[in-house]
Design a protein around this ligand. Structure first.
Ligand code: SF4
Length: 371
């Protein structure tokens, strides 16, 4: 496998999570109810944490939202990022309430005398600021400025970064999200070449899960393969946990983080005589509740591959190449371990048998018992 060489960046800390440098690419998501609805926000953050989210962002639209940060932090453990637009004073209130990072949008908070107080407050609390550009809220274009969206985002981001540096502030993270893949890729590649700060990757407003995950996987996956990116958020018109699941899949597919055994399953066809979709779905569900605590490792600590194949055409071959595999016939399957056939199991007991074998392969790596 080709080795990904990560871009060298400064390291910043968002609460207890460090990003940039050699730190694992962190998974972010966002609370989707009003932040001042504390009970709802706390519930979502706990669900996000269970799904594997590592940093969570909340919208701060008014003072009630800003004040809610303190109450939310008392009841949750994830580092909290306050998303600030238009009103710089809300940034001050969010910092006072305990936000672990502030996101400022250069498209709507751009006056020097408004940015400086937020920088001073962030410095006092030793928290970073994300310079968060979106193609949909760019500062007005100067007549002499670039026309390309990606160039406009990069110019605006660099101008903001220079201002923060002028204020002697370097705890910076940057994002330049567009809603299409070419502009997103171009903007991130250009900003990566022009600054040494960690980058938060995302494609903005991608849509519903199918389209959103495909767009995000292409853009974020391509950047990660280039070694660009220190934290990611998959923006979906869906429950926030789905964003986290997609983020984990992308990181695993790129090969830079691992969250458990990798399932290889065939698409099934007319030759398949068992309900393979049911078996694989159940296996995936039960594996997702196992705690491998491997998300911070690189794939050099490779997780076992588990092949679940519908018939004898490719089944035995794939199953034999994986650490563990099963190739189904009619109502039963032949179990393979390290390429060797072990025994037959009925399709009804296949999921349980695979989980038992996975437990045995992972013993020593696994930290909690099977569900
Ligand atoms: S492994 Fe067998 S059942 Fe699965 S897609 Fe290939 S031929 Fe069809």
């Amino acid at each position: 496998m080709i080795k990904i060489v990560r871009r060298k960046t400064r390291v910043i800390k968002i609460g207890r999570v460090a990003i940039g440098g050699d730190n694992p690419v962190a998974i972010q998501s966002m609370v989707k109810c009003k932040t001042s609805q504390v009970a709802g926000a706390v519930k979502q953050i706990k669900e996000l944490a269970s799904a594997g989210c590592e940093i969570v962002r909340v919208a701060v639209k008014d003072s009630d939202d800003a004040r809610a940060i303190q109450k939310i932090k008392e009841r949750t453990a994830l580092p909290l990022v306050a998303d600030i637009h238009f009103n710089w004073r809300l940034g001050l209130e969010a910092i006072e309430a305990g936000a672990d990072k502030i996101r400022l949008n250069p498209g709507n908070i751009y006056k020097r005398n408004e940015i400086l107080p937020v920088v001073e407050a962030a410095r006092k609390k030793r928290i970073p600021i994300r310079v968060g550009l979106n193609s949909g809220s760019l500062p007005p274009r100067k007549s002499s400025g670039p026309k390309e969206i990606s160039d406009r985002m990069v110019e605006a981001a660099m101008g903001y970064i220079r201002l923060l540096e002028e204020f002697d502030f370097f705890d910076i993270c940057v994002s330049v999200k567009a809603s299409n893949i070419p502009d997103t890729l171009a903007a991130y590649r250009k900003i990566a070449a022009r600054c040494g700060y960690p980058l938060h990757l995302g494609v903005t407003a991608t849509g519903t899960p199918h389209a959103g995950i495909v767009k995000s996987a292409i853009a974020i996956g391509a950047l990660l393969l280039d070694g660009i990116g220190d934290t990611i958020r998959i923006s979906l018109t869906e429950k926030p946990q789905e964003e986290v699941k997609a983020a984990k899949c992308i990181l695993e597919a790129v090969g830079i983080r691992s969250f458990g055994p990798e399932i290889i399953s065939c698409p099934t066809c007319g030759r398949c005589e068992v309900d393979l979709v049911k078996i694989v779905t159940e296996l995936e569900r039960r594996l997702s509740t196992m705690d491998y605590r491997l998300g911070n490792r690189r794939l050099s600590a490779r997780q076992p591959q588990v092949a679940v194949m519908g018939c004898v055409v490719n089944g035995p071959g794939e199953a034999a190449q994986a650490d563990l595999g099963i190739a189904f016939g009619k109502d039963s399957g032949l179990l393979f371990k390290k390429g060797k056939p072990v025994r037959k199991v009925s399709s009804a007991h296949a999921c349980g048998a695979l989980l038992k074998e996975i437990t045995s392969i992972c013993s020593g790596r696994k930290h909690s018992s099977l569900p």
